[in-house]
Each structure stands twice: as structure tokens, then as C-alpha cells.
Design a protein around this ligand. Structure first.
Ligand SMILES: [Zn+2]
Length: 395
């Protein structure tokens, strides 16, 4: 604040928030583990930590009040999806430092649902319990839901219609409308997006409603802004940019103008559902996830959207980017469903051709496609890894 020349007197209205400097992930890393906490450790009721694969994780601390607000946010999402205390909620997000498992658990508990805390992994047991206990609501990452659906398809004793599933609560990674459609078809559910991030709270910063037309953000707890990620100035309402949050109720680790790196836009028009909370559009991608290949911006979510249009593929894919003789290479492995893979060569070639044409028209750049054996791309139990950018290690 001193560096930015801001004093408390400068803050007279909500618009003055623009005078405040931003917080970023690197700030939270720099003050690892607890120097950004605003409450003494004796008032902290729980810790979580980011999954950060490199360097130190980001540690989040929650007071009792913070945990109550977090559960409230998740409970509002579940209620919007039509979940009530009658439901059996299977939480297949990982339990532990990751906010997914305990976040969904506390939100479902607040409504009074019966919670089945399976955590992630052990897929055969997950499906057995889902069937035998009559799970009605499944919470997990969309990529794990796809893996569960595939496993059910290959399981002769279980058919989707034998299950009582009706609601899917999917988050922790960006996913596409095509993925939604595939999961709804395969699992006989309505699939909803739940949004959140550990630095701000956890899952349940916002969620979709029954109209599935954007994610309502719980503005009474999290004040959202959209900024231009280059100029850092607020963009016009309705324009796309980077999502920024200021927490309004957090005591343990509040954040001010935290840059999420998520690219989206805010929708101010009143939603048909009657909720007045602002909506954000489906996240285009994280600016951190954006690949620049031969000068073209590519989001993995764009690749997924194209792949999900094709009935012949399983929906699993893996992108490899490299630099050979100073030229970027761009390869995508795509799995065909067993029925098509075993088919004649011309089916494989035709599918490859169609995929290639669609990808070029959507991305503006031509990838090299590899049709691979069904089941050969590694399945994820939590957050999926869809990209290997080998250029990162060549600088
Ligand atoms: Zn709505």
C-alpha cells in the first residue's frame, strides 16, 4: 500500500478498489507459509495447501467463521443443482490438503445430505458403493467422472440405468460443453460446474444454477472484477479478461484483488432462475495454461471442445509441444472407442481427417494427430494432466 501510495482515506467507495495493488500467486509463495495470514494461528481451525507441483505450496488458513462461509458457498451451489437433504452425495474429490474433498463434504453436510466420503481412486469400489448405497449426487473432477463412466460402460454387472445418479458436481479443472454433454449422456445425470480456488477459499466461490448458463459468483463473500491482463486496467462490463477477487468475509487468509489467471467475462443481466448474484461465463482457460505455438495462442480447452464433438473418440487426449530445429512441434494423441479402433483402417483415417480439419479451423494451426489404442492414455483420479510442454525445459 505504501509503494502504491494508498492510504485508508483514499478508500471511500467500492470504485476506489481500483487504487489498490494486486495480489498474485507469487506473493503467497514469497510469504510462505503463514505470513499473509490476518488471524493468529490460535484462531486457525484448519489448513489446506495448493497442489503446486514445483516449489513450495500455497498454504491457506481458515478460521471457524471461514469454514462456515465456505460450507455456505458450497451448500448454495448444491441447492442450485437441486440437491436436498434427501440426497446421497458421493465425494470422489481427494480428501486431504486439496480443498475439493473436505470442501464438498462440509457443503453437503450443511444441507443435511448423507455424505459418502470415498475420496479419489479405487474406482471399482467407488462404483460398487455408488450402486449398492444408491448415490444420487457425484462430486469429482470432470476427468475422473469420464473415467468412472468409461469403467461403468465396460462393467457387465452395472448399467447406468441401474444407478440412482442424477446430479454431477464437477470442478477443479476447466471443462467444455462437449464434456458436459458426454458426461450427462453416459451417467444419466445433469452435470454442473462448481468454481473455486484455494487462494480465495476453495470450491464453492460460485456455481451454476438449473439453467446452466454461467456460474453465479457469491458476491456477498467474494467481490469479482475483470481486468485486462496486460494493462491491468478494469475492462468494460461484459468484455473478456482476467478474473480478480477480493474476499469480503475471510479472516484467516483474506486476499485483495487476487489475480486468478482465469479468463472469462461477467454477465450482469438477471438470470432466469431469479438469483441476483452476478454470473461469469464458462472459463476460456487459465492464462497460465495458454500455449503459444508458432505464435498462435492455443488453449487445451479448445482442443477438448473439438474432440468432444466426435462420437468415435473416448474423450481422452494428450497434447505434446516441443521445439525441434527452432520450430514448434504440436502433437495430439487421441483415443478411438474400441468399436471404431477395431474397425477398418479407413474409419481411422476418416476420423483423423475430420478431426484435423476441425482443429485447424478452430485453432488456426495444424496439429499432428496420432490415433492411439483405447485405454492407452493415462486416466486421472484427480486433476487431469493434458499437456506436456517440453520447451519449458529447453531454455
Ligand atoms: Zn441462475
Amino acid at each position: 500500500m505504501d509503494e502504491a501510495g494508498v492510504t485508508p482515506d483514499d478508500i471511500q467507495s467500492i470504485d476506489d478498489i481500483r487504487k489498490l495493488p494486486f495480489m498474485q500467486k507469487k506473493d503467497l509463495r514469497e510469504y510462505y507459509p503463514t505470513d499473509t495470514f490476518a488471524a493468529p494461528i490460535k484462531d486457525i481451525a484448519r489448513f489446506h495447501a495448493s497442489s503446486g507441483t514445483t516449489g513450495k505450496p500455497i498454504v491457506a488458513g481458515y478460521t471457524v467463521h471461514d469454514l462456515e462461509c465456505w460450507a455456505e458457498g458450497v451448500a448454495r451451489c448444491l441447492t442450485a443443482y437441486g440437491v436436498t437433504r434427501e440426497d446421497i452425495v458421493q465425494v470422489s474429490y481427494g480428501y486431504g490438503l486439496f480443498t475439493g474433498g473436505l470442501g464438498a463434504h462440509d457443503g453437503a453436510g450443511k444441507i443435511g445430505c448423507a455424505v459418502l466420503p470415498t475420496s479419489s481412486g479405487n474406482t471399482a469400489k467407488q462404483i460398487m458403493l455408488m450402486k449398492d448405497l444408491g448415490t444420487t449426487c457425484l462430486c469429482c473432477t470432470p476427468s475422473y467422472a469420464l473415467f468412472l463412466a468409461e469403467t461403468i460402460e465396460n462393467e457387465p454387472d452395472v448399467r447406468p440405468e441401474d444407478l440412482k445418479l442424477r446430479v454431477g458436481v464437477f470442478g477443479a479443472e476447466p471443462w467444455t460443453e462437449g464434456m458436459r454433454h458426454a458426461l450427462e449422456q453416459k451417467l444419466h445425470i445433469r452435470a454442473y460446474d462448481i468454481y473455486g480456488l484455494t487462494e480465495v477459499s476453495g470450491p464453492g466461490v460460485g456455481g451454476e444454477c438449473e439453467f446452466q448458463n454461467g456460474t453465479h459468483l457469491w458476491e456477498d463473500m467474494f467481490y469479482p472484477e475483470i481486468i485486462d491482463p496486460v494493462t491491468l486496467q478494469p475492462v468494460e462490463d461484459g468484455k473478456e479478461g482476467e478474473l480478480v477477487f477480493t474476499t469480503l468475509t475471510k479472516e484467516g487468509m483474506p486476499v485483495i484483488r487476487y489475480r486468478t489467471r482465469d479468463l472469462t467475462r461477467l454477465i450482469r443481466e438477471r438470470c432466469e432462475c431469479g438469483r441476483t448474484a452476478v454470473r461469469m461465463d464458462k472459463i476460456l482457460g487459465r492464462s497460465d495454461d495458454m500455449l503459444i505455438i508458432r505464435g498462435v495462442n492455443v488453449f487445451p480447452s479448445q482442443v477438448e471442445a473439438v474432440i468432444m464433438e466426435m462420437p468415435e473418440v473416448t474423450g481422452q487426449y494428450f497434447i505434446t509441444v516441443d521445439r525441434v530445429n527452432n520450430i514448434d512441434t504440436f502433437d495430439i494423441d487421441i483415443e478411438l472407442k474400441p468399436d471404431y479402433y477395431g474397425d477398418n483402417l479407413s474409419t481411422i483415417e476418416r476420423t483423423k481427417q475430420q478431426l484435423s480439419e476441425r482443429l485447424v479451423s478452430v485453432l488456426g494451426i495444424k496439429p499432428t494427430l496420432h490415433i492411439v489404442e483405447p485405454g492407452s492414455i493415462e486416466r486421472s483420479m484427480g486433476k487431469a494432466k493434458h499437456v506436456n510442454d517440453k520447451r519449458k525445459f529447453k531454455n
